[in-house]
Design a protein around this ligand. Structure first.
Ligand SMILES: Nc1ncnc2c1ncn2[C@@H]1O[C@H](COP(=O)(O)OP(=O)(O)OP(=O)(O)O)[C@@H](O)[C@H]1O
Ligand SMILES: [Mg+2]
Length: 911
């Protein structure tokens, strides 16, 4: 918030001095103090150099709660907090130094140097200042806080949003060098008063720009100090007689016994929190998670529940109640939230009073019923009353029947019922798959922002730091204002960080970007939690992943050659890319790889509905029909026409034979391909269920449940990954076949995570089918090469239409490699000849850097991130005709396969 006069004085700026005086006014009687203060500053600088608290405060490596104030400084904080209602972390650190009051001399014009000065350009100093336009008026009105940067003989003035508001060069070095705290001076047409010195560290970390943001709270009390806290304010705030009677300690027992060996007790709020939130002086009561839930919670989930509790209670950052739980897919974010809701709904630290009454859960439509099921799974149907909104159950019902405490609604329905929702007081808001809120301009985000609930949780399985703008939107949603305005965030964090990543960045820019990134991570790290799949690996069965390179059939090869020789492809390669004809060409090649009948259908369709603007497409298909047999009927397609379909059928047959009780999830990105696969199921008598974009939301959970039910006779689950893959649990299946490949690795990863997750009982087999030498291999290579990863890694909405291709890339895409048994292997630079079984060092996998704009050192390894070329090289790999194929499933399909890659996770227990 901007104030008209001396903003820093009012906003808890850590560099402020205690007393404000208007510009130009001096107080000669305090002259002695000037000298004393200067001395003090020197002493303080000396002390800071000697590894004092200040130094550790500024150490970028220390960014955890561990570096929060010591007992002593905590006392200081509490003292301040008692007066101001809030405190600044940095301010408290400096407060102990308590510099004496300042004296202001008349403003002095700093002059521009005329002659050549010989002083070094290395002088760099930073000051916090207030400024106003230069004028002769007696009573000045300061216009704002700013940061003054003196560098050699030049200066820059930046406002607290990081924007330059003044610059000047060629000043007298001696005058700039002398600038010190308390001084008022005229510089570049502005009058400024120097309010404090900013250390280089505070500048480079960006801390000097923060104003009015939440500050980390004091660490929660340890187990050791879990003795009942006798309220220090009891005598100060006298409760009413009614409250007095309530204050009978006997009545304030924890809901569950905190002393049983496996109890999970929430950290107690610190004194500051109590001061803020326990105004009625209730005694402290331990908040204990229901033992029924604790029994099921995995260790990482227990940590997660504590994390969420601390965040929403405002115990991690004063005044901020939001959290982002970004655990990788399948780590049980739902259960962690359910545990939190159930706890807060029944308990609270102050007199045991429940913290929340009503919770709103917003989730993709396909997961509304999954949430209901999870509530039922973990809490039964008696403990908590859940209301799910659908066509037949409207929000009004929830309002009327007061016993419901949780409302689950899809994002789409939320928009439709926003007016009613706004009238309900929700105490906790959970946004599942909340990555969609990364754009603050879209309707869903603005609708959710408009809800007044301050305890907000985003759940997402995808990393949130890949794009700094999206990162801001998510952070600002859960903890509004924590990073300041968007424009200041851009100046202070985004621009320096992005600039530092440019190859042309100077050392100085690199260092600044690095420090700002560290600061940003520290600041936001308090309320973002991400754990990777590894934490539950030990609870999961083995996962056997295979990349299967299927030989194309003669028909496919002939059609492929024709397509590549078409006029449309030639135009693309000449760079004539208007109207994006390359997309049509790519589409045709992909269809052909799935099955020639799909291409046949497209050609026929074009013949029937030809318009004048699709000349490219017609030129692409020219002469193709002649390649098909004269009596070809797409409805009577056979597996003999498609290499992948041959492999698929053999694979289904061998699974059915060797594992009659196990089920298969069969994934494609295309409805037409799913139609073919469905037809195959029918022909072979395989019982199946299907979920794609057309499946009504109300039926989805039923379909999933039916498949997961161990008594169901289903063998196959046909899934359109893009349409409904996100968040689904398909643990009824233990074999997953990716029939085609998407440009975006995230789509495939999403699909694969549906089966290898908590609750899975069988070893999981994953098969990725690719047609050898074709565009499918190229897409795969793009997925695992750097180019494919950049930017698009986690965005399910990104398709080939968003990808720019150079003519060179198109040449590569439009090449058929007929003689190679695996182009991908050829590119790996692998020392094996591809003729023998080659198993690299399987134990030690190379870690791939995630493309996170916050930089590589801020990342933890993500196990569900796309594979890299170098990782693939470590996989076991062998040609289809390899002699010793021990895997019975691969053995059965080898005839149609030119090459395999295989990797086993959790091998110890693999069967
Ligand atoms: N402690 C547990 N014990 C057994 N099963 C669990 C446990 N926690 C979660 N599960 C099960 O694991 C599956 C995955 O959980 P959940 O759907 O919450 O994952 P998620 O983190 O939301 O993943 P996604 O990002 O894919 O949505 C569910 O079937 C859930 O019931
Ligand atoms: Mg989920």
């Amino acid at each position: 918030m901007r104030r008209s006069a001396a903003p820093s004085q009012l906003q808890g700026n850590s560099f402020k001095k205690p007393k404000f005086m208007p510009p130009g006014r001096s107080n000669p009687s305090l002259n002695e103090e000037i000298t004393k203060r200067n001395l003090d500053i020197k002493l303080f600088e000396g002390a800071a150099n000697k590894n004092t608290f200040l130094e550790s405060q500024n150490d970028p490596r220390i960014c955890s709660l561990n570096r929060l104030p010591t007992e002593e400084s905590t006392r200081e904080i509490n003292h301040r907090a008692n007066y101001s209602g809030k405190y600044s972390f940095e301010a408290s650190a400096l407060a102990t130094l308590d510099p004496p009051h300042t004296v202001h001399s008349a403003p002095k014009e700093v002059t521009v140097s005329k002659g050549q000065e010989e002083e070094p350009d290395s002088l760099v100093k930073y000051f916090s200042v207030v400024w106003c336009k230069a004028s002769k008026k007696k009573h000045k009105k300061w216009e704002g806080d700013a940061v003054l940067i003196i560098k050699g003989r030049s200066f820059t003035l930046k406002n607290l949003e990081g924007k330059d508001i003044g610059r000047g060069i060629g000043y007298k070095f001696k005058e700039l060098e002398k600038i010190e705290e308390g001084q008022t001076l005229m510089i570049g047409g502005k009058e400024i008063e120097v309010m404090g010195i900013i250390s280089p560290d505070d500048f480079s970390s960006g801390r000097c720009f923060q104003h009015g943001v939440g500050s980390p709270a004091i660490p929660s009390s340890s187990q050791a100090s879990r003795k009942c806290f006798s309220n220090p304010f009891k005598s100060v705030c006298k409760p009413s007689s009614k409250e007095n009677s309530q204050n009978d300690f006997q009545n304030y027992k924890p809901r569950h016994d905190p002393h049983t060996p496996n109890s999970l007790v929430m950290p107690r709020p610190d004194k500051n929190h109590q001061w803020m939130f326990n105004k009625d002086c209730f005694p402290l009561v331990d908040v204990v998670i229901d033992p029924h839930l604790v029994y099921h919670l995995r260790p990482h989930q227990k940590e997660g529940v504590i994390f969420l509790y601390e965040c929403v209670m405002g115990m991690r950052m004063n005044g901020k109640h939001g959290a982002i739980l970004a655990d990788e897919m399948g780590l049980g974010k739902t259960l962690q939230c359910i545990s939190l809701i159930w706890t807060l709904q029944c308990q609270g630290p102050y007199g045991g009073k429940p913290v929340i009454k009503k919770t709103l859960i917003v989730t993709p439509g396909s997961l509304v019923n999954n949430w209901r099921k999870e509530f039922q799974k973990w809490l039964g149907s008696e403990r908590i009353k859940i209301f799910t909104v659908d066509q037949d159950h409207k929000v009004e019902e929830f309002v009327k029947a007061t016993f419901y405490s949780v409302l689950i609604i899809s994002y789409e329905m939320l928009l439709r019922s926003l007016d009613q929702i706004k009238n309900i007081k929700f105490d906790l808001l959970i946004c599942d798959e909340g990555h969609r809120l990364k754009n603050s301009a879209i309707k869903t985000t603005t609708a959710l922002i408009s809800l007044s609930c301050e305890k907000r949780i985003i759940l997402t399985g995808t990393p949130v730091q890949n794009d700094l703008q999206e990162f801001f939107a998510l952070i600002d949603f859960v903890n509004p204002g924590i990073l300041g305005s968007l424009s200041s965030y851009r100046k202070i964090y985004e621009e320096p960080i992005i600039l530092s990543r440019e190859p042309s960045a100077s050392e100085e820019e690199k260092e600044l970007g690095e420090r700002r990134a560290t600061k940003l991570t520290c600041l936001t790290g308090l309320f973002i939690l991400r754990r990777t799949q590894e934490v539950i690996n030990k609870y999961l069965p083995p996962k056997i992943e295979n990349v299967v390179f299927c030989r194309p059939t003669a028909l496919q090869i002939e059609l492929y050659r024709k397509l590549l020789n078409s006029q449309a492809v030639r135009f693309c390669l000449q760079g004539l890319l208007e109207n994006s004809p390359h997309l049509v060409c790519i589409g045709a090649l992909k269809k052909l790889c799935n099955h020639p009948c799909l291409l046949f259908n497209s050609i026929k369709e074009k013949e029937c509905n030809s318009t004048c603007d699709d000349s490219e497409e017609r030129s692409l298909y020219k002469g193709l029909l002649n390649v098909f047999p004269a009596d070809y009927n797409a409805l009577q397609f056979t597996e003999k026409e498609s290499g992948k379909l041959q492999v698929l059928l053999k694979l289904l047959a061998v699974i059915h034979e060797l594992r009659p009780t196990e089920k298969v999830v069969l994934v494609s990105n295309y409805t037409q391909t799913l139609n073919i696969l469905q037809e195959v199921c029918k022909r072979h008598g395989y019982a199946y269920r299907r979920l794609d974009g057309q499946t009504p939301i109300s039926q989805r959970q039923q379909i999933v449940d039916g498949f997961n039910n161990k008594y169901s006779s289903d063998f196959i689950f046909l899934l359109s990954s893009k349409a409904g893959g996100v968040g689904l649990n398909l643990i009824g299946g233990s074999h997953l076949i990716l029939y085609d490949i998407d440009w975006n690795p995230a789509t495939d990863i999403q699909a694969m995570s549906r089966v290898w997750r908590d609750g899975q009982k069988h070893p999981v087999h994953i098969y990725r089918l690719l047609t050898t030498g074709t565009i499918e291999e190229k897409i795969y290579q793009r997925q695992i090469s750097k180019q494919g990863l950049s930017g698009a890694v986690v965005d399910l909405n990104k398709t080939s239409e968003h990808i720019q291709f150079s003519v060179e890339e198109l040449k590569n895409l439009f090449t058929l490699h007929e003689s190679s048994c695996c182009v991908t292997h050829d590119l790996l630079d692998c020392e094996c000849t591809g003729e023998k079984d080659h198993a690299g060092d399987l134990c030690e996998k190379v870690t791939l850097s995630r493309h996170c704009q916050l930089g590589s050192h801020h990342q933890k390894s993500d196990s569900l991130k796309p594979l890299s070329m170098s990782q693939l090289k470590q996989w076991k790999h062998f040609p289809g005709d390899h002699l010793n194929l021990t895997d019975p499933f691969l053995e059965r399909i080898r005839e149609n396969v030119s090459f395999f890659f295989q990797n086993i996770t959790n091998q110890a227990t693999a069967k």
